[in-house]
Design a protein around this ligand. Sequence first.
Ligand code: PMP
Length: 422
Amino acid sequence: SVFHYYKKPCRCVSDQAKIYGFSKLNIVEGKMQYLYDDSGRRYLDAFAGIVTVSCGHCHPEILNAITEQSKLLQHATTIYLHHTIGDFAESLAAKMPGNLKVVYFVNSGSEANELAMMMARLYTGSLGMISLRNAYHGGSSSTLGLTALNTWKYPIPEGHVHHVMNPDPYRGAFGADAASYANDVQDHIDYGTSGKVAGFIAETMQGVGGAVELAPGYLKLVYDIIHKAGGVCIADEVQTGFGRTGSHYWGFETQGVIPDIVTMAKGIGNGLPLGAVVTTPEIASVLAQKIQFNTFGGNPVCSAGGLAVLRVLDKEKRQAHCADVGSHLLERLRFLMERHDIIGNVRGRGLMVGIELVTDRDNKTPAKAETAVVFEKLRELGVLVGKGGLHGNVFRIKPPMCFSKDDADFLVDALDYSLSKL
Ligand code: PMP
């Protein structure tokens, strides 16, 4: 029974809890930026179910949209048309720049990146893919190859993926020097391939890797290199899209580029299983010559939910809100750095923020154990944050986009107190 499932978690559930350290937390209800456990205790959700609940838990307008659609039609598959999928595709395409006008719906970020990789390989006739070290692009067998954060020690399927130096201004070998990192991409093409590649994929701000912003100007240089080598450029917007960065609707806009393929998931569905790939008619035409379908992709209920997400984000001006609350949060966190030497770096944009803990600032030695202690302390105080980075020493603050300045203050005060108890 459901009760049994909650009270005696099966092995799979407890393994997940082990990773995130929430072994004693049974969540039963969500309202906007708050979660409630089975004892009725309220938590401030500063991680949004891994950056997924964009508008807020059980947002009334989204709830209404999926309820009404559920009464009408719940499933059709992508072999049929239904007006919800059409309306949603049109609204999503209207949010894209350039010639990014063809939309495919899938169910998750991993599926979106699988499809994008397939498109790149079909379009170019090449197999070689390039991704960044410290990237996360999914947990399916192909996308695990693109992911380069192998602290989980999964067997990685070999072949055709090159991991290039990460343009990380804080930890990277060349600081914020975008050109030096871009040279590494050219080297990989020159020495590791026949001179041709299928594609390059990058998150525009690394998520699981610990809210790492790419060195300014990096994507522009790399997109040129990739296009010259005959490849296509894929932006993974699974975490960065829909205005979360505050300054722009899409993360790639922060680097002044337009990708050939954009993948998205998480925030697009506010918690519904939904993902999308958007590309140009030219690239889509190669896929049109194949049989391509996805049984659940863009199902009517998820499409109605996704359409409502787009509407709510605009109506509630969430992008501007993320910019406003995010800059307040960053300012307060930078001030906290003066009080706690263990904070080595505070970074991010909008409501996508990373706080990296180190045992000494000169050597940047990851404070992994301390991060785990503070993480647990924050939970005791009623604040749920994410944890990430290769060494598990980065707090990830990526709340529902209705997170307020008061919420930010509460989080910073709780962090201040928790750090002072170390
Ligand atoms: N890309 C990025 C940037 C992600 O953060 C994730 C999930 N953490 C994925 C892809 C994979 O998404 P999913 O878990 O929905 O398959």
